[in-house]
Design a protein around this ligand. Sequence first.
Ligand code: ZN
Length: 72
Amino acid sequence: MLCKIKCPECSTDGTISLLETTYEGPYKCWKCRQLFAINLKNGAMQSCKPLSQEEVEKLQEIDALKKKFRKD
Ligand SMILES: [Zn+2]
């Protein structure tokens, strides 16, 4: 399903494709490129907070590790 996410930073509507109606993870605004940690329950946003550069790097590291493991 597609969930609508309104960017708290620039108020732009974006969408996120989900397998379930519950989601906890990063969301990136396509317009202002700000990253957020969002929490969705039943397709409704419960919380949304901007991610710091440090947190973004940490998530990217995890992502890179996942890709590395997938290749092996
Ligand atoms: Zn935005």
